[in-house]
Design a protein around this ligand. Structure first.
Ligand code: KET
Length: 456
């Protein structure tokens, strides 16, 4: 027996405690129960104290996530009128999550195919999914694809793709600063900081005009260090719903190329902005058409409604096929120790839909229907606020693009709407238009009207 084994022999502090116990027991107690008994109970309690006193007792409670925490709070609210406009997740007119028909169709096909097995995928995921994802985002006739100079790896949805891309850049790119728009999706700074990059902001949104601060954007990117990475929302900017026009994209492209800034596109909403998959990929395609390099993180969470399946892809467009091959070999070294290889089910659904013309067409119809319902909610909300005479210019509701409206409501007004009306949204005043329906518009309008009236 090892006398040093602390689980078997008392530690010096335990010995001190038992000596103290011996010293303190009164003669009567010692007489009635026996000194050894008391000492052993005292020792046991000191051991159990050590056991109850967790090695994690210093861990403080972290705040909930600013976006996903909204759903946590919503779920706790017993009110029958509660409304969750926090997370960007599509809901039907009936307020229910939607599984696309085409997804059910693909899943049925997968289930019926008895030859399918559950083997590990390769580190880079399902090859066919990767190929089809690149075609979807870059266009089937993209020169970069035809010249074999794109590498695409399946990742854990948009977030995982951003993280893998960030870690690759931190290891292999000469510039470790990434510029992200102000404001941006709340997870961006955390993802890139933890990937090992240093995060800086470029001006993007002008609260005064509720539009793009184009001048500020050009100035900030113009003074960014040569070669810095720049995160760009491919379309439907989150949270503002404000996108550059095609002309403005062209100016951004020219400026970035002239300063050798490396574009990293986040494409989480392809098809959701305009209802057209091609139109929403325009910004990316213009950067690929000039022959330059870029990274793209793609998510199928929203446009195929595959949120919980965690299916997405990271593409790196390179100058040559040879470089692309070497980049892929290094991406594998990032992925393998992180999660080894990605899950098979979601990627198989996507591949089934993208490979089959009939299914693909069905998908575009369902996607357009989702985008149209969101656009119609914008009009209904705008009309209702106007009809109600709510002070303020609400035209940004119909001008903004994608899943969200950046209302301009401040955090106190948001807190008031949550407390008094059980309407849940992020504290920056962003509402998910996809969470709204004709039935719930009047309730939201009541809340906004009251919140605005309070502040006036
Ligand atoms: N990029 C952007 C711009 C984005 O809005 C999201 C998700 C993601 C990436 C990541 O999505 P993924 O599910 O990893 O493919 N945004 C919504 C959900 C969330 O915050 O996770 C949201 O803003 O509500």
């Amino acid at each position: 027996m090892n006398p040093r084994d602390s689980s078997l022999s008392p530690s010096p502090s335990d010995r001190r405690l038992s000596a103290l116990a011996r010293h303190l027991i009164s003669p009567s107690e010692a007489g009635s129960r026996g000194g050894a008994d008391v000492i052993s109970r005292s020792l046991a309690s000191s051991y159990s104290l050590a056991g109850g006193d967790s090695v994690f007792s210093h861990v403080s409670r972290a705040p909930e996530d600013p976006i996903l925490g909204v759903t946590v709070a919503f779920n706790k609210d017993p009110s029958p009128v509660k409304l969750n406009l926090g997370v960007g997740a599509y809901r039907t007119e009936e307020g229910k999550p939607l599984v696309l028909n085409v997804v059910r169709w693909a899943e049925q096909q997968l289930i019926n195919d008895r030859t399918r097995v559950k083997e590990y995928l390769p580190i880079v995921g399902l090859a066919e999914f990767n190929k089809l994802s690149a075609k979807l985002i870059f266009g089937a006739d993209s020169p970069a694809i035809l010249e074999n100079r794109v590498t695409t790896v399946q990742c854990l949805s948009g977030t995982g793709s951003l993280r893998v891309g960030g870690e690759f850049l931190a290891r292999h790119y000469h510039q470790h600063t990434i510029y992200i728009p102000k404001p941006t999706w709340g997870n961006h700074p955390k993802v890139f900081t933890l990937a090992g990059l240093s995060v800086k902001y470029y001006r993007y949104y002008d609260p005064a005009t509720r539009g793009l601060d184009f001048q500020g954007l050009l100035e900030d990117l113009g003074s960014a260090p040569l070669g810095a990475v720049v995160l760009l929302h491919a379309c439907a900017h989150n949270p503002t719903g404000v996108d550059p026009t095609l002309q403005q994209w062209e100016q951004i492209r020219q400026l970035m190329r002239s300063r050798k800034l490396l574009p990293f596109f986040d494409s989480a909403y392809q098809g959701f902005a305009s209802g057209s998959l091609d139109a929403d990929a325009q910004s990316i395609r213009s950067f690929v058409a000039d022959g330059g390099e870029c990274l793209v993180a793609q998510s199928y969470a929203k446009n195929m409604g595959l949120y919980g399946e965690r299916v997405g892809a990271l593409s790196v467009v390179c100058r040559t096929a040879d470089v692309a091959g070497r980049v892929e070999s290094q991406l594998k070294l990032v992925i393998r120790p992180m999660y080894s290889n990605p899950p098979i089910h979601g990627a198989s659904i996507v591949a089934a839909i993208l490979r089959d013309r009939e299914m693909y067409n069905e998908w575009t119809i369902e996607l357009k229907a989702m985008a149209d319902r969101i656009i119609s909610m914008r009009h209904q909300l705008f009309d209702a606020l106007r009809g109600r005479g709510t002070p303020g210019d609400w035209s940004h509701i119909i001008k903004q693009i994608g899943m969200f409206t950046f209302t301009g409501l401040n955090s106190q007004q948001v807190a008031f709407m949550t407390k008094e009306y059980h309407i849940y949204m992020t504290s920056d005043g962003r509402i998910s238009m996809a969470g709204l329906s004709s039935r719930t518009v009047p309730h939201l309008v009541d809340a906004i009207h009251a919140a605005v009236a309070r502040a006036v």
